[in-house]
Each structure stands twice: as structure tokens, then as C-alpha cells.
Design a protein around this ligand. Structure first.
Ligand code: PLP
Length: 388
């Protein structure tokens, strides 16, 4: 059975060109970039080239890029780093209700240590209103964090307007761009972003490497102490193969983004229209147009997300669900609840996320296989059989 991967928002395969670029840095080119001899200079050069490649993707200066172990670390560094470095300036953070747990749990951590956190709501599409952000900012607000696009429902936020509202009040603006870096054009200058998180494994690079963009002049503490690497902001010997891979992936993504987005959006729309037409009582989650080109999130009434995923998996099709049973909790997704879905609908959602290896034949197969799965599960569902 040919397996079909439609979970690119969870992670992407490493592009073979990226893996090739990384390969020598596991074996022949192994020097420590901090060493002054030739072995070290060779890997130092590779790390700095990657820094330029990543910076170019978001129109930053190479010096403003700090490599991290991924998106989670970058989000942690942004929130904790700003909170600790600006203790004298303020004690208040603003986050949106649909942030990734890497942001929300950091905010919670800081709250337990005495900071105040305001959570800005979203509308039924998952959009944050810049006016709500402006209203939430107080004199003591040090940081506002709103993601560029949501990982579950794909909604793209009006980042430029939000950043403008934040800057007008003198706070720092952080955006989690883990789902957008390499997928949407980003210009940190034009958008007015002070801090931005990105992760290589979401853009066909390796896992375990990401970056935090830190606008020059932004006050934040170091994340790892005990080494002078990354301009003193993150001690520890650099993950050279990972960083080289991130750089190569960023360069490829920059060049391929536009044509790839058009191709993937067409396939996604075909899947959306086909599923919504074939499955009665199904609905789209997220914004109808302001959404990631590869994201489709739908709620299907009277069936559990988990059972749909398992049935799809038996057909070799990998997707994901907003119901969090898969992550070991019975709570439905905070994102689906934030857009106003009741618990039972939030439990019945499926996310298909497409990518650069998705083909039309794969979409046709999902369109043929999934509606009968739903029909079968509904026949077994007491909820479906009790409806009048
Ligand atoms: N932020 C968002 C929006 C994400 O989607 C993810 C991963 O799914 C992360 C942060 C965490 O990134 P990483 O897996 O690189 O730690």
C-alpha cells in the first residue's frame, strides 16, 4: 500500500538536497566552530553562511539570527528572555488565545512567578483584532506575542497591523513564525517585528534546529549560560550539520515558495471542496481565504477525530486531529475552543496539511476513501443514530 502523508504541519521530510548539504558536516567537516584552527574555521564559515541564508529568508541581518534547538526554544527564549531583561520596565505580557503551547505555557510559567498576562481572544475564524491588542497593552506591558499563522486551523493574522499597534505603545512584538517561515514571504523590517521564532523541520530541513530573530537593540537575557556561542545569547557548541541544513532549506524555500504555494493551494481547495460536498454536516475551520495555502481543517459532526485518524491510518493516510486525545489528554484543542466550537465539535475535527511531495493522485485517493470512512463511523455512532 502506498502511504500518503498529509501531516506536513507536524513535520516535513528533509529535502534530499538539504540532507546532501549536511552530510559532510557529520564526518569530514567536524571541527568545533569556536576553534581557531583550520578545522574550526571550516565549520565556522558554514555556520555563518547558514546564518546569512536564514536571515535573507526574513530580510534580517545575519547578526540578528540566533540558532536554537527549534521553535519551542525560540519561543521560550523570546518570552523568558524579554521578561527577565525588562523586569524594571514592566511585568505584563499579552498573548493571543490561539498561540502554540510553547508560548502559552511560557506565559503560564511567568504568571506563576508574578507577571501578569492578558490573553486576547479571536473571532470565529481565529483572527486576532489589532484593536483588541492595542486595548490590552498597558504602561507596564513589555511584550506582545501573536503567531503569524496558526498551526491547527491555518488562519493568518494581520501581523503588520498588530505590530504597529504594539510599537505605538512602546512594547516589544514577538511572532511565532514556525508555520510560516519558508512558506509565506516575511520581511521583519516591513512588518515591524522585534522577535521571530522559526524551525527548520517545518520547511524541509532537519529536526532539532531553529532560530530566534532578535532585532538589534532588543533587550533580552541569554538563554543558555556557560559559553560565548551565538553572540553570548546561547551557549553550547553549535549543531553544525543541523544549522547547515537549516540554511540550505531556507534558501530552497525562498526560491520555491511562490510556485509551490499556488500548486498546493489548488490541491488543498480540491480536497476541501470535495470533502465538504461529499460529507454532509461537515464544516471548514479557520479563515476561508486568509489561511495557510497547505492547511485544511474540517469538523465532521457525530464522529470522533481519533477514530477518523485511526481509520485513515489503516488506509495508509496520515493526518492529524485537533482533538487532543492523540497528545495524551482528553481536552479538545484550545484553538478550536477559542474559535467557539463546542466540545463535541472540537472533538470531531481533522487537519490535513499538504506539502511539496503531495500529488493530485493522493488527493483523489483521500476523496475516494475518507467519505465512506465517515459514513461507516457514523453508522456506529450513538450520537448520529440519536439525531432526529
Ligand atoms: N510553534 C508552532 C506554531 C508550531 O507549529 C510548533 C511545532 O509544531 C512549534 C512552535 C514548536 O516547534 P519545534 O517542534 O521546532 O520545537
Amino acid at each position: 500500500m502506498n502511504r500518503i502523508y498529509l501531516d506536513y504541519a507536524a513535520t516535513t521530510p528533509c529535502d534530499k538536497r538539504v540532507a546532501l548539504a549536511m552530510a559532510p558536516y557529520f564526518t569530514d567537516k567536524f571541527g568545533n566552530p569556536s576553534s581557531i584552527h583550520g578545522f574550526g574555521q571550516e565549520t565556522r564559515g558554514a555556520v555563518e553562511k547558514a546564518r546569512e541564508q536564514v536571515a535573507r529568508l526574513i530580510n534580517a541581518k545575519p547578526k540578528e539570527i540566533v540558532f536554537t534547538s527549534g521553535g519551542t526554544e525560540a519561543d521560550n527564549h523570546a518570552l523568558l528572555g524579554v521578561a527577565y531583561a525588562n523586569e524594571k520596565k514592566g511585568d505584563h505580557l499579552v498573548v493571543s488565545a490561539v498561540e502554540h503551547h510553547a508560548v502559552l505555557e511560557c506565559a503560564e510559567f511567568l504568571k506563576k512567578r508574578g507577571l501578569r498576562v492578558t490573553t486576547v481572544p479571536v473571532d470565529k475564524y481565529g483572527l486576532v483584532d489589532p484593536v483588541d491588542v492595542a486595548k490590552a497593552i498597558e504602561e507596564k506591558t513589555i511584550l506582545v506575542s501573536v503567531m503569524q499563522a496558526n498551526n491547527e486551523i491555518g488562519t493568518i493574522q494581520p501581523i503588520a497591523e498588530i505590530a504597529k499597534a504594539v510599537k505605538a505603545k512602546g512594547a516589544y512584538f514577538h511572532t511565532d513564525a514556525v508555520q510560516t517561515a519558508g512558506h509565506l514571504p516575511i520581511d521583519v523590517e516591513k512588518l515591524g517585528i522585534d522577535l521571530l521564532s522559526a524551525s527548520a523541520h517545518k520547511l524541509y530541513g532537519p529536526k532539532g534546529v531553529g532560530c530566534l530573530y532578535i532585532r538589534k537593540g532588543t533587550r533580552l537575557t541569554s538563554f543558555l549560560h556557560g559559553g560565548a556561542q551565538e553572540g553570548g545569547k546561547r551557549g553550547s557548541t553549535e549543531n553544525v550539520p543541523g544549522i547547515v541544513g537549516f540554511g540550505a532549506a531556507a534558501e530552497l524555500a525562498g526560491g520555491e515558495m511562490e510556485t509551490e504555494n499556488q500548486r498546493v493551494a489548488r490541491l488543498r481547495d480540491k480536497l476541501k471542496e470535495g470533502l465538504l460536498a461529499k460529507i454532509p454536516e461537515s464544516q471548514l475551520n479557520g479563515h476561508p481565504t486568509d489561511r495557510l495555502p497547505n492547511n485544511l481543517n474540517i469538523t465532521i459532526k457525530y464522529v470522533e477525530g481519533e477514530s477518523m485518524l485511526l481509520s485513515l491510518d489503516m488506509e495508509g493516510i496520515a493526518a492529524s486531529t485537533g482533538s487532543a486525545c492523540s497528545s495524551g489528554s482528553l481536552e479538545p484543542s484550545h484553538v478550536l475552543l477559542a474559535i467557539g466550537l463546542p466540545h463535541e465539535l472540537a472533538h470531531g475535527s481533522v487537519r490535513f496539511s499538504l506539502g511539496k511531495y503531495t500529488t493530485e493522485a493522493e488527493i483523489d485517493r483521500v476523496l475516494a476513501v475518507f467519505p465512506p470512512i465517515v459514513e461507516r463511523l457514523r453508522q456506529m455512532s450513538p450520537l448520529y443514530n440519536c439525531k432526529e
